[in-house]
Ligand binder design. Structure first.
Ligand SMILES: *Cc1c(COP(=O)(O)O)cnc(C)c1O
Length: 379
């Protein structure tokens, strides 16, 4: 077996603490959004459910089925599917489905009929970002058809969802417009007899800033992983540490060029160490020339253009040994760069850094046991 070289440590305890904080903040109306392999964090569904999440949200039916296969019994909502998706399987596996159009509703009904069970659906209104969800003009006919098929027994309308465009800035007047579109959509639905459906509008930013207006359930993704798009709190804990190990190192003289195009040229004699992690593993190439890593307790720059499989760190007077561990990013407690810094270096958002980490890097889940448990465990 190969020794592990680069490792992605997933701090399950941090995710649990963030989850518990959102459970408190939302009055126990927390849907944990675990799309894109839980924002790159891997298998953490059972942890978030133990920590207070009541349900799980994902985009595709495939993601939802994978959670069911992993033993998740809680409600799961899938909100992004084409009419060709396997709705029969979704209904059989008790997966809730978001419905943004009459075409998709018809496809869900066909799946429910084949499954011989009613589909649990959440009608999805576009409140203002012209992305997914039903255009406001088409909402009343969608509600009318939903009521009709509900009466026939093939669906149950259990939710009404919307998603906000500008909630990271609570002062943006768009928030009030979108809350109004959503409130009107709920009123239209209830006039069509869809009254018990639970409304949900807010994601992380709208929940932290209050811009979501306190409708029903809160769909929280980024915040569970310590990412706050609204920059309104520093209470959330980052949950990933990426480390790698030195393959080789060498001393080079002034004038030595490094990497493709020789973008970096050493101005003095220095030491270079090679790390076997590159843009093929999700390190953004755009961060070339700006990014740093933590080496022997201090920040050192990555130099030259990032390669697919490797990067080079300038360690100054230190000659590293093959196998020495280097921290690429982490929560920041020991001075290592954070995901937020990497995002700034790559001119992107933290979400993109964490979701692009490649499958070559193993995810290693760590939980720090509370001290009152360790005694019992030792006995
Ligand atoms: C991703 C997503 C969320 C979660 O958003 P965060 O900002 O990560 O909390 C909620 N709802 C929908 C529809 C989404 O696509």
């Amino acid at each position: 077996m190969q020794p592990t070289v680069s490792e992605l440590i997933v701090h399950d305890d941090a995710i649990r603490e963030n989850t518990a904080a959102f459970a408190r903040l939302t009055g126990d109306r927390l849907m944990a959004v675990l799309k894109a392999d839980a924002f790159g964090h891997g298998a953490i569904a059972h942890s978030v459910l133990e920590a207070g999440a009541k349900s799980i949200g994902v985009t595709s039916i495939d993601e939802a089925v994978a959670l069911r296969d992993g033993g998740v019994d809680a409600p799961i909502l899938s909100w992004l599917n084409t009419p060709e998706a396997d709705f029969e399987e979704a209904v059989r596996r008790r997966i809730d489905l978001a419905v943004p159009s009459v075409e998709l509703l018809a496809a869900v009904v066909r799946g429910a009929v084949r499954a011989g069970l009613p589909a649990r659906i959440h009608l999805h209104i576009d409140v203002g970002m012209a992305r997914d969800g039903c255009a406001a003009a088409d909402w009343a006919p969608l509600c009318a058809l939903a009521r009709e098929v509900e009466a026939s027994g093939s669906v149950r309308v259990v939710g009404i969802m919307g998603h906000m465009s500008c909630a990271d800035d609570p002062a943006d007047p768009q928030n009030a417009r979108e809350r109004l579109v959503f409130a009107n959509a709920i009123r239209t639905a209830s006039r069509r007899g869809l009254a018990p459906a639970v409304p949900h509008l807010a994601a992380t930013a709208a929940t932290l800033t209050g811009a979501g207006g306190g409708f029903g359930v809160h769909r929280i993704g980024a915040g569970l992983f310590g990412i706050d798009p609204s920059a309104s709190t520093d209470l959330l804990k980052p949950a990933l540490t990426l480390t790698s190990r030195v393959v080789s190192s060498r001393e080079v003289g002034a004038g030595t060029g490094v990497g493709y195009g020789l973008d970096f040229v050493a101005s003095d004699r220095t030491h270079l160490a090679l790390l076997p992690v590159g843009y093929g593993d999700g390190l953004p190439r755009e961060a070339s020339g700006r990014a740093e890593v933590l080496v022997r307790g201090r920040r050192r720059p990555l130099v030259g253009r990032f390669s697919m499989d490797m990067v080079v760190v300038d360690t100054g007077e230190d000659q590293l040994q093959p196998g020495e561990q280097v921290t690429v990013f982490g929560p920041g407690a020991e001075g290592e760069p954070t995901v937020a810094e990497w995002a700034a270096w790559a001119r992107t958002i933290p979400h993109e850094i964490v979701t692009r980490l490649g499958s070559r890097i193993p995810r290693i889940h760590r939980t720090i046991e509370p001290s009152n448990h360790t005694q019992g465990a030792a006995a």
